[in-house]
Design a protein around this ligand. Structure first.
Ligand SMILES: *Cc1c(COP(=O)(O)O)cnc(C)c1O
Length: 226
């Protein structure tokens, strides 16, 4: 099941990229595994998945001893400051850098831990959705400039979640605006697109898509954050 779904998602990514003249190799599939048991995730790893996305530090901390350090671990959920140190032990990339204090915490912890630069993406609340994490598009340049000056953070790009809509076309203007914002700031990576809208995201320039449900099916509700 997982293998077949993966094949399907990969071929949809490929088609979406080719349709706009992009090399599909430039799109990385981050397999979102929140709420998914490790045996199913292991199945995905056997099918060649190299990138895992988790929303919560605690959940990832429980799974990592089973799944190992070989995949690239992406933190895609909101990160509380008191969990930064643990997050830096577990994750290779943080997609959810959404405020200055968090950047400062990461800088400090990485220094204390003697860790090399941490790969981060700034999360933009491009659709200005209420209750959504992320900096507003207007504040993005300022945060980006500050983060660029922090030697323990390696800022690679921007991340966005489009508001859920039945019609994925509704996400297109959001993705496009984030691509333009990233280009204006000289940032190469674009983490955007989920199960319901990843093809549109790829057409609009996503370099990383975060897909869960289309690979594993519906999951049990995941509570909490960080
Ligand atoms: C859960 C989640 C995803 C994956 O969502 P699906 O609809 O299951 O593909 C992607 N990004 C973030 C930030 C998430 O929380």
């Amino acid at each position: 099941m997982v293998g077949k779904n993966l094949e399907e998602v990969r071929s949809r990514i490929r088609r979406a990229a080719l349709a706009v003249g992009r090399d599909p190799v430039g799109v990385r599939l981050v397999c979102v595994t929140k709420g998914i048991p490790t045996d199913k995730i292991q199945e995905a790893l056997f099918c060649g998945v190299a990138d895992l996305g988790e929303n919560r530090v605690q959940e990832a901390a429980e799974k990592q001893p089973v799944l190992g350090r070989k995949p690239t671990w992406h933190l895609i959920g909101h990160l509380q400051r008191n969990k930064v140190k643990t997050a830096l032990e577990i994750f290779d990339v943080i997609h959810s850098l959404d405020r200055l204090e968090l950047a400062e915490s990461i800088q400090k912890s990485a220094q204390t831990m003697g860790r090399g630069p941490v790969r981060v993406l700034v999360q933009v609340n491009a659709a200005r959705a209420e209750g959504r994490y992320g900096v507003s598009p207007e504040q993005t340049a300022d945060l980006v400039e500050r983060v660029k000056r922090m030697d323990r953070l390696r800022l690679e790009g921007l991340m966005v979640m489009a508001p859920f809509a039945q019609d994925p076309e509704e996400a297109r203007p959001v993705f496009r605006s984030v691509r333009e914002l990233a280009a204006s700031l000289g940032l190469a990576e674009l983490s955007m697109g989920m199960s319901n809208d990843f093809e549109v995201a790829v057409q609009e320039g996503a370099t990383m898509v975060r897909v869960g449900t289309a690979i594993f099916g519906e999951r049990a509700q995941v509570k909490g954050e960080g």
